[in-house]
Design a protein around this ligand. Sequence first.
Ligand code: SF4
Length: 346
Amino acid sequence: MAAQQQHEPERPDSKGDANTPLLELKQLQTHFFSDEGTARAVDGVSYKILPGETLGVVGESGSGKSVTALSVMQLIPQPPGKVVGGEILFKGQNLLNKSEEEMRRIRGNEIAMIFQEPMTALNPVFTVGDQIIETVMVHRGIDKASARAHAIKMLELVGIPSPSTRVDEYPHQLSGGMRQRVMIAIAMSCDPSLLIADEPTTALDVTIQAQILDLIRDLQKEAGMSVLLITHDLAVVAEVANHVAVMYAGKVVEYATVEELFDKPAHPYATGLFRSLPDLAGPNEALATIPGMVPPATRFPSGCRFHPRCPIATDLCKTQEPDLGSLEGSAGRTIACHHIDEAAKL
Ligand code: SF4
């Protein structure tokens, strides 16, 4: 695999001790219960985000990326879903021990989230200004006139032209790219420590995608916040992330710096992901697809969940689940695979 030329995304001034994780997930498990059985959508996920850094979480649909993020926000519909194990440490405190009222204060104020399709997250019957004003008044307790002035400032900050006019427009009057900017303005309006962005550019055309990524990066640099970026798009990760967690079937299978991963992925699934991308495969490498599909969360295979699709699976892989362990000679890089040496030759 050809190494991709990577720039190192700058780690901005942080909002906390640079070496103490802002967010740390420890063996998080979120399951969904139905007549069809138990879907173990998130099943022992551990990763951390340092202050001021961007963690990219990648994987195919059904890998558990978004359910993990919704678990952090405690927005899992219950029932049928439930966080059944693990810890979500935010600034050292386990969010799973917080009351709903405490979580309401944290959501939007300390942790904000933007989604793929802003039209579903924006309220169509309120102006964009009202939606920012509402957020700021709830979380900051300031009067309406100050909140409106802040809303106009936020719209200007995210690059909306004529913000003092646009503030009184409704979501349907804006383009898709402008709506995503409004979502970012709402998310940033209370100066959060952590922004969770779930496929923020997937619904946008390529030019607008680049603008939105630039915007997130600029705002992050200015505000010193951390970003948890969920995407299926490795090119997006290459642009903005410091670290990457690769997820498969409800678990993290590899965690590495963006440079390590793009130089040479270590886990066979991560290697397969890279080989299936036209922009990231080397010039002489034929594109390959990973055979098979992500298994449904109600029927994960025994042993290593990737074994039915893995080109180097052995009998051990079929029966014994690999733990996430350190990769020799690489500080902080972890991989869940029984056959790391063979995987390196892929
Ligand atoms: Fe493949 Fe086995 Fe490694 Fe799983 S543990 S990725 S099946 S080699």
